[in-house]
Design a protein around this ligand. Structure first.
Ligand code: PMP
Length: 404
């Protein structure tokens, strides 16, 4: 007998299972539209040239070593990450009311946030609101951190293939005071639909009125518009309205550092005097989870963001990546329309960022996988980077077949 005899199995994580099925597929026609990683026109991963350059200097530095970082991480990195998010000219930065905690990528930042809210901040309801739909890990992260309940707020209007602002505001309006709300800072995953500036103003209004605590999730800064500053507009609007929040930042996508797990949790407080205590509490959260973060990827991001020339180069890479994503949206739409594929495909180019929410049904998605070796999530979400001029005819014809 074993202690473990009675333990059942959990369902697999869809996106990773899908990626494995793609890798195992031996048909050369296969296309991966599943996992959220940038791909070149040749369908290859891209190491950003500026990242390579910065890494080389780090590795070749004779003073480089593998000593532990401080528990809250590499300060030159957390400062640069925080500044990149809130902006050097924002009140929070100028008044030294914002600071960062290095994390195990964006996921780790969300987990620190969830633990912090669950165990440190007084009188939180332990109810967290997530968008319907959202990145599926939000739910799990907050439940494992001790939240009692996950509630969904309306976000996606399937009919008009856009934001259901009224539903969103109504649902947040009905939330108990001191609940937590997760909001995607930009390039919403999976819908590719962000609120407009006017809509954000309404959202911030209800957050203030209902006394909700915002956890912002910034996994794609730069990927929505191609400009990291423009993509931080919503976050900076929260700052300008004097709303306190935490924001999970991922450097997986915008630096192409996926498996390096580089992230930051930015904390914005209205009272700079609280920072030493907050840092001491966050130190305990991190210490009890993994003690201290890894250095390599953080050193790379720090080197780039603290050097104006390298930062400019990086911004160029962001343009390259977001430009390719925009181009592939346009190309797929054009091909689907040329084939006279039933329905409107305008949403493909209206949506922004890495993901398109196609509106394909579960059955249609399964058909694409089974018949055409095109891998995508059952929600109909596709990573537009998976499309290239070489495979777009195959993909568009397959979608045509799936919907007709
Ligand atoms: N939030 C959202 C909305 C995401 O899409 C992702 C990446 N899939 C993350 C957070 C975190 O990713 P990572 O831990 O790789 O930074």
């Amino acid at each position: 007998p074993s202690w473990f005899d009675e333990i059942g199995a959990q369902p697999p994580i869809e996106v990773f299972e899908m990626n494995k099925a793609f890798l195992d597929d031996t048909d050369p026609i296969k296309v991966s539209l599943g996992i959220g990683a940038f791909r070149t026109e040749e369908g290859k991963p891209w190491v950003l040239p500026v990242v390579k350059q910065a890494e080389k200097a780090i590795v070749e530095d004779p003073a480089m070593n593998f000593e532990y970082l401080p528990i809250l991480g590499l300060e030159s990195f957390t400062n640069a990450a925080t500044r990149m998010l809130v902006g050097a000219d924002s009140a929070a930065w100028q008044e030294k009311r914002a600071f960062g905690v290095q994390s195990i990528s964006g996921t780790g930042a969300l987990r620190i946030a969830a633990d912090f809210l669950s165990t440190v901040v007084p009188n939180i309801t332990k109810i967290v609101y997530i968008s319907n739909p959202t990145w599926e890990n939000h739910r799990l992260l907050f439940l494992l951190a001790g939240f009692n309940e996950v509630r969904e707020y309306r976000y996606w209007d399937a009919q008009k293939r856009g934001l259901d602002l009224q539903g969103l505001v109504e649902d947040l309006h009905a939330a108990p005071e001191r609940s937590v709300v997760i909001l995607h800072a930009c390039a919403h995953n999976p819908t590719g639909v962000d609120p407009t500036q006017e809509q954000w103003k309404k959202i911030v209004e209800v957050v203030k009125e209902r006394k909700l605590f915002p956890v912002l999730d910034s996994a794609y800064q730069g990927f929505a518009s191609g400009d990291p500053d423009a993509d931080a507009w919503a976050v900076r609007y929260f700052v300008s309205q004097g709303v306190e929040f935490v924001c999970a930042q991922s450097f997986a996508k915008n630096f192409g550092l996926y498996n390096q797990r580089v992230g930051n949790l930015t904390v914005v407080t209205n009272n700079a005097a609280t920072i030493p205590n907050l840092k001491s509490q966050l130190t305990i959260v991190v210490r009890g989870n993994y003690s201290n973060p890894p250095a390599h990827g953080a050193r790379i991001v720090s080197a780039v963001l603290n050097d104006p020339t390298l930062t400019e180069q990086w911004k160029g890479h962001i343009q390259t990546m977001s430009g390719r994503m925009k181009a592939m949206r346009g190309l797929l739409r054009e091909k689907l329309e040329a084939l006279k594929t039933p329905g409107s495909w305008k949403h493909l180019t209206d949506q922004i960022g890495m993901f398109a929410y196609t509106g394909l049904t579960v059955k249609q998605c399964q058909f694409l996988i089974d018949r055409h070796h095109i891998y995508l999530l059952k929600s109909g979400r596709i990573n537009v980077c998976g499309i290239s001029p070489k495979n777009v005819d195959h993909v568009s014809k397959a979608i045509y077949e799936a919907v007709t």
